[in-house]
Design a protein around this ligand. Structure first.
Ligand code: B1M
Length: 215
């Protein structure tokens, strides 16, 4: 099958919230030599965004959104395994504390970002989701991290990224850690406004920004 056909099926499995079909399509595509990261972004991510739009318009409901999220998780796990298999550099270049901000449970994109950053020799300590800014900062201090990365998917939670920046300034730690922000509602302009050091529109930009920040 062609890449376009795999993409079409990927979008369809997301709309149907069919985790088994989504995973089978990804496995078949990998066996056919298709790049899993490209299929994830052009197919599955596009599909789940369509589901999100339909949900936003009241044409799909929370249970359907949750099924699509489960399907996306199944596919992300396959892609993360593939990325891990390919390895990357074994030289340790730095430590990054990563979390989805307080009040926000969206963590699919963060997981993909974490897997790709790990391939660059960065140790990623993923604190999970719904994590208060203070807990993120405490962990970064404890681990003597180089970077702090935060993800937010809700317009109502992205303000937590500013809470984190303010906390770092208040504690005199702003120069000690470089910060990276991302997630669907976050923009480069927002990142600059709150004083973050970098913004990643997607996982590959997150990787290039991490490499830049670590010099
Ligand atoms: Co939610 N949700 N959701 N949801 N959900 C959105 C975000 C929404 C846009 C859908 C919509 O209404 N159109 C909307 C937000 C509206 C707004 O804020 N303006 C929304 C809503 C309203 C909600 C609830 C409030 C619904 C409700 O309960 N009534 C609720 C909130 C719960 C909470 O967090 N407190 C909710 C719940 C859920 C589920 C649990 C069902 C599920 C999440 C499951 C999970 O993550 N474990 C879910 C899902 C799946 C979505 C959509 C459909 C898809 C998100 C996703 O996984 N995308 C989403 C629609 C959308 O985003 N358009 C939606 C795929 C993923 C690969 O992309 O996460 O963008 P993304 O990550 C990308 C980039 O953004 C970037 O790289 C990633 C890979 O390329 N990136 C970073 C992400 N983090 C980064 C960090 C970086 C750098 C780059 O540096 C550190």
């Amino acid at each position: 099958m062609t890449k376009e056909e795999y993409i079409e099926i990927a979008i369809d499995t997301m709309k149907k919230g069919d985790a088994d079909a989504a995973a089978a399509n990804m496995n078949n595509a990998i066996a056919d030599g298709i790049d899993p990261a490209e299929l994830l972004s052009e197919g599955y991510s596009a599909g789940i965004r369509e589901v999100g739009d339909l949900f936003g318009k009241g044409r799909m409901f929370l249970p359907e959104l949750m099924l699509a999220a489960d399907a996306m998780k199944a596919v992300s796990a396959i892609v993360e395994d593939e990325i891990a298999k390919k390895g990357g550099t074994s030289e340790k270049k730095g430590v990054m504390v990563l979390a989805t901000v307080q009040g926000d449970v969206h963590d699919i994109g963060k997981g993909i970002v974490a897997s790709l950053i790990k391939t660059q020799g960065v140790e990623v300590v993923d604190l999970g989701r719904d994590v208060p800014a203070a807990a993120i900062v405490d962990k970064a201090v404890e681990l003597n991290a180089d970077l702090i990365g935060t993800s937010a998917l809700l317009t109502t939670t992205m303000g937590e990224m500013k809470v984190l920046e303010d906390l770092l300034k208040e504690k005199g730690l702003k120069d000690r850690f470089k910060t990276l922000v991302g997630g669907a509602p976050v923009t480069e302009r927002f990142a600059k406004r709150i004083g973050a050091d970098a913004y990643g529109e997607d996982a590959s930009q997150a990787v290039s920004e991490v490499v830049r920040l670590l010099g």
